[in-house]
Design a protein around this ligand. Structure first.
Ligand code: DGJ
Length: 735
């Protein structure tokens, strides 16, 4: 008994698995297996659908690939590597062997660490794996440290490596630009190196994304086929590499982009890479998305289980023309429509330099010429109207037109001996977040606001510049650490903010969808998908975003028509129906709406409140992709209990005599029966199946016929080519 106690105590303090050889990290339906024999190189054995320990034994005897679990540079120089270093003495090689394997079990996840040491140098690598059993996600990352006599230069430092069996593997990736984010690009993996990267320095998802899916059974399919999903959880520069060489494998590496970022690791310092989150599903792209959404809501996104408020954001309504009257009026208008929050966007600050356009920024005190009653006046007005108040800031930047820049020119990122290139407004520069004084300054922006106005409920945190000039006035001779230190500083500030203000809602906005990644989600409640609010183009962007991110995080606003970005005139019904598929909000001037439009919005807000739990916490089923160009797009959300669902259908083009496919639903319980009700109805007559009951089996197999147009008896000139439907399905208890 006494011995058992000692062993148990020893295990608690030092939870290492002695003699561990085969490390099997498994979730409900996925396995990752590594051979970690002490004194040997850690070898990759298997990644895919869950397998048993017996099957692993058989596999090891029959077909173990001879691949490293984490390829390092030097002793097999031809191959791509995850890690390469320059030792203190100039040696460029690594030769890592397993020392031990450790394991800690948390409440929801288990962490396994395979500890490696160089056979000659006191250089250590931990390969870390966190398994989320229920959600089918494994996070992988690496940690490095050493005891050499001086710094070791890290020249490549991927978070993780996964080999994927060569075959008809298709890559789903994202591309885009400002106002056109998260476009999907799907193609087979060919020989050679595929690199997906970002070098913005601040924002990392306007162009490419740090998430990919790999469909293993040919062209990506929504409902079927084996698919791997991978997301690098990082807000900075990244690089994803897929090397399809002469071997039987596509070699996938993901991590921080090492370009211009070699890192000198001091003796005793620990370098931790960001996590790569990995999932595997046999249910196609949709299966991977649902795994990510559940995991994201539960473990990544701030307040992932709290319903989001319906808001009006002032930007497209007034742009920089903020004034007290306009703000008060917007507060009243959104409150009267049933909204729950008003957010005052840009244009409210600056004493010496007023923010009347994008030139002046950096001084976060209220411009009392525009808002004589100050922020408190606005909060009081919001409360009087029964809603909450939120505010826009851009604390990581300063413009040269600011008192801040006049006092602290040393706070900006800029190389010595150079005139910096400036961004927005011709004056914008990025603050050097690697500098602790700047971290304090950025923290203070939020802290001061929330201390002075504890009733601020929501912050829209914007970031509109890239690191244009490589140079830190703080980092002295470690200039190549700039990008990494920036994001470490960013993390430190946000950790402090979240510690002190755990309840405030924070939106990640970065010139639209520049910060859509799982690295920032623990501090942020949502992101602004794009500065482009055009409903038609939003369908494409939100579709791409939905591959990895849940609807609860996607800020999706009804805006004016013609749209301010595309100039497209789109019916209000359609704009509402698209916005209602994410976190609903408004981005327009309500005082310019007709009574009829206001009424439609009021109705939509009230109906969204009904469906909010299904949209924000349900499972997504993408049904008809806009990228397939069939003339329509469709998706639905189904509650986890499968008792409620919301179906969306949007026409994406209109021709006379058009033939559109009928869309089968998905995810409904075949044994349940559902009553169908149309939301946001504008037609004179209800749909023929309004109020009728259909079995889940029937709807999953056949769907329902969607009329191609709306029959509305209004003045012909107000008819519009856009047509869309939102159906609410509720299970009936008729047994
Ligand atoms: C860029 C954001 O994406 C917009 O929504 C808006 O907040 C502007 N900045 C304000 O300058």
């Amino acid at each position: 008994m006494r011995n058992k106690l000692i062993v148990a105590l020893a295990m608690l303090c030092f939870p290492y698995i002695a003699e561990a050889k085969i490390v099997h990290m498994s979730t409900k339906s996925m396995s990752l297996v590594i051979d970690a024999q002490a004194g040997e190189e850690a070898k990759f054995i298997y990644f895919g659908s869950r397998i048993s320990d017996d099957e692993i034994e058989t596999l090891r005897k029959t077909e173990t690939p001879n691949l490293s679990a984490y390829p390092v540079y030097g002793m097999s120089v031809q191959a791509e590597s995850a890690l390469s270093v320059i030792h203190t003495d100039g040696n460029l090689t690594l030769d890592l062997a397993v020392e031990k394997v450790g394991e800690t079990k948390g409440k929801d996840a288990k962490v396994t660490m395979i500890e490696l040491k160089d056979r000659h140098y006191p250089f250590f690598v931990s390969l870390c794996y966190r398994t989320y059993y229920e959600e089918d996600i494994i996070e992988m990352w690496a940690e490095y440290s050493h005891k050499e006599s001086a710094g070791v230069m890290l020249t490549q430092f991927a978070s993780a490596y996964i080999p994927v069996r060569y075959g008809d593997v298709w890559l789903s990736q994202f591309y885009g630009s400002w106002a056109n984010e998260a476009r999907i690009d799907e193609a087979p993996l060919n020989h050679g190196m595929k690199v997906i990267k970002n070098r913005d320095g601040v924002r990392n998802s306007h162009t490419a994304h740090s998430e990919i899916m790999l469909s293993l059974d040919g062209k990506a399919k929504e409902k079927t086929g084996r698919v791997i999903g991978a997301a690098l959880c990082y807000s900075g520069n990244y690089k994803l590499r897929i090397d399809t060489d002469e071997s039987n494998f596509h070699h996938f590496f993901a991590g921080i982009n090492e370009d211009n970022s070699e890192y000198s690791l001091a003796p005793g310092e620990k370098f931790t890479t960001p996590e790569l989150a990995l999932t595997y599903s046999k249910d196609g792209l949709g299966g991977v998305s649902r795994n990510f959404h559940r995991w994201s809501r539960k473990y990544k996104l701030a307040h992932g289980s709290v319903p989001r408020k319906i808001l009006l954001n002032s930007w497209e309504g007034v742009y920089f023309n903020t004034s007290e009257d306009r703000m008060y009026k917007m507060i009243e208008d959104i409150a009267s429509m049933g909204g729950e929050l008003f957010v005052m966007d840009d244009g409210w600050f600056g004493k010496k330099y007023s923010r009347n356009d994008s030139r002046a920024l950096g001084d976060w005190s209220v411009d009392s010429r525009k808002l004589p009653g100050g922020i408190q006046g606005l909060i009081d007005s919001a409360h009087k109207n029964g809603i909450k108040f939120g505010i826009w800031i851009e604390p990581e930047m300063t413009n040269t037109v600011s008192e801040l820049y006049e006092k602290h020119p040393e706070y900006v990122i800029k190389p010595a001996h150079r005139q910096p290139t400036t961004g927005r407004g011709g004056t914008q520069l990025v603050l050097d977040l690697g500098n602790p004084e700047v971290q304090q300054l950025v923290f203070n922006v939020v802290d001061t606001l929330l201390t002075n106005y504890p009733d601020i409920d929501y912050i829209k945190w914007d970031a509109n510049a890239s690191v244009m000039n490589h140079g830190s006035q703080y980092l002295a001779d470690n200039q190549s650490h700039l990008f990494i230190e920036y994001h470490r500083g960013f993390a430190k500030v946000l950790d402090r903010i979240r510690k002190k203000y755990p309840d405030v809602t924070i939106q990640a906005c970065a010139s639209g969808g520049g910060r859509v990644n799982h690295g920032i989600l623990p501090w942020f409640d949502e992101f602004w998908v794009s500065d482009n609010t055009d409903a038609l183009q939003r369908i494409y962007m939100q579709w791409g975003t939905s591959y990895f991110f849940p609807a609860i995080a996607m800020a999706s606003h009804i805006s004016a028509s013609p749209n301010h970005q595309t100039s497209r005139a789109v019916s209000l019904k359609y704009r509402i129906d698209v916005a209602m598929s994410g976190r609903l909000g408004l981005e327009m001037q309500p005082s310019q709406m007709t009574a009829e439009e206001t009424e439609l919005c009021r109705k939509a807000i009230s109906e969204y409140k009904e469906i909010r739990p299904v949209v924000q916490f349900g499972d997504l089923y993408r049904l008809l992709s806009p990228y397939d160009r069939k003339g329509a797009a469709s998706l639905m959300y189904v509650s986890p209990q499968k008792d409620k669902a919301v179906f969306y259908w949007w026409k994406t083009e209109t021709f006379m005599g058009q033939q559109l496919p009928r869309v089968a639903m998905d995810g409904l319980d075949p044994d349940k029966r559902y009553r169908v009700m149309e939301l946001n109805r504008i037609d004179d007559k209800p749909l023929v199946y309004e109020g009728m009951v259909f079995s889940g089996e029937y709807l999953n197999s056949n769907g329902l016929e969607m009329p191609l147009t709306h029959k509305v008896s209004v003045d012909r000139s107000r008819r519009n080519e856009y047509s869309s439907r939102v159906l609410y399905l509720e299970a009936v208890n008729d047994k």
